[in-house]
Write a protein that binds this ligand. Structure first.
Ligand code: ADP
Ligand code: MG
Ligand code: MG
Ligand code: MG
Length: 397
């Protein structure tokens, strides 16, 4: 992969003109906004406010933060753009509009969302979740129903699965979410107060078996199209014309996988934000965050029930639906648990905790919840009960 495909800021304007996304005579500014983790994101802002501003995301042939010594296929930008198009089909309200996809530069152009804020940042600054969890639950519900055996024919699913092959990013998830945090891996780190608890988690044979089951499900459970990286850094929030706006970004890890992965990652990050609030003395805000776990789950189920009368396979009966939802809740708790563990004992920690004056106490609760939930999913009851999960978190503080 030659350096020549990498977009540099000085080139972005001419690039957008060459893609006919900006008029040839337009003038304006380009700003790099990506937080520099995996990819690059540029904004092009025309001087003429009548011309809409644009966001260009490009995948370099390496992990942006680590540079050329960490090669990573730039195809991920195309997987992301394709996933955004599918999301837009079933959940247009929550999905940024993709305007152009450029397979030769591994770049795509979308609507500028810079009037919105990344959810994790907003929460760290004291924002409420409001309708955010419900919007995320609805997006996951609509996309997963439409791409499941209930929403799509075998032919359509075969094409979707073939189109969504994403082995390199799947390896990243297997390593950084479902692997390293549970062993003594090189890049792991944790707060000094967590030493004994981390040790006990890593030595627990029940943890190993549950982790194995989640790894196996990650690889083998081709339930529906999932986002794959749906934490609070992949959601942008704000207000337009007095109405709350929620957009889900960054599905470069998208694949056909277990539905509980998306719900679990999102809910774990709500739990982490709630514990941050508790740790800062904002008890009411923490409780309000936790109450939205039920909003997320209920909106997810409502989307499935909404699609259900139009299911493509009439032999899927109501009993199966109930079973599928229960099974999804169980997976949700499992993937939430590994996300909780990863954010305090793995490589990639949560700024929600790291920016506390002392991350220790909240991190200890996050780890202990992760451990408990992983080995005993029924700790919240045997039926899907998001309110019981919220109670478990608030009584753990
Ligand atoms: P990565 O894959 O590198 O994590 P993201 O898609 O998460 O990239 O984007 C990185 C950052 O760029 C986001 O946190 C957000 O601040 C900004 N960003 C992404 N997409 C847009 C957009 N359409 N408009 C404005 N800013 C964006
Ligand atoms: Mg730390
Ligand atoms: Mg990303
Ligand atoms: Mg991101």
């Amino acid at each position: 992969m030659s350096q020549a495909v990498v977009l540099e800021p000085a080139e972005v304007w001419a690039y957008l003109v060459s893609r006919e996304l900006l008029p040839a005579d337009a003038r304006g500014a380009v700003r790099e906004v990506g937080d520099g983790n995996m990819n690059r994101v540029f904004l092009a802002i025309p001087d003429d406010t009548a011309i809409p501003s644009l966001a260009v995301k490009q995948a370099p042939p390496w992990i942006q933060r680590l540079g050329p010594s960490a090669p990573m296929s730039p195809e991920r930008a195309l997987i992301e753009a394709r996933a955004l198009r599918t999301f837009a089909e079933y959940a247009p309200r929550q999905t940024p509009r993709v305007l152009d996809v450029d397979p030769t530069r591994f770049a795509f152009t979308m609507e500028d969302l810079s009037d919105l804020t990344v959810l994790r940042t907003a929460l760290n600054d004291g924002a409420s979740l409001g309708r955010t969890s419900a919007e995320v639950g609805e997006l996951v519900g609509r996309v997963t129903f439409a791409t499941s055996v209930a929403g799509a024919t075998p032919q359509a699913r075969a094409a979707l699965i073939a189109d969504s092959v994403n082995p390199l990013l799947a390896e990243v998830t297997l390593q950084y979410l479902l692997g390293d945090p549970f062993v003594a891996a090189e890049h792991n780190h944790h707060h000094p107060a967590l030493g004994a608890a981390v040790e006990s988690l890593r030595r627990d044979p029940a943890v190993r078996t549950e982790l194995a089951a989640l790894r196996a499900a990650f690889g083998a459970k081709t339930q529906a199209l999932v986002h794959g990286d749906l934490h609070s850094g992949s959601v942008m929030v704000g207000v337009r014309d007095g109405e709350p706006v929620v957009r889900v970004i960054d599905p470069e890890f998208a694949m056909v996988g277990p539905i509980g992965l998306d719900l679990g990652l999102y809910i774990a990050n709500v739990v982490i934000a709630a514990l941050r609030s508790y740790a800062t003395g904002a008890t009411a805000r923490g409780a309000a965050h936790l109450a939205t776990v039920a909003d997320c789950w209920d909106a997810f189920c409502a989307a499935w029930r909404d699609g259900w009368p139009g299911r493509v396979d009439p032999l899927l009966d109501d009993g199966w639906l109930l079973r599928e939802l229960r099974d999804t809740w169980r997976d949700t708790l499992g993937y939430a648990a590994v996300e909780l563990v990863r954010r305090v004992a793995g490589y990639s920690h949560a700024s929600d905790l790291e920016t506390l004056p002392d991350p220790g106490p909240a991190s200890a609760v996050v780890l202990s919840l992760g451990h408990k939930l992983l080995v005993d999913r029924e700790i919240c009851g045997s039926r899907p009960d998001p309110r019981a999960l919220a109670r478990l978190v608030s009584t753990s503080w």
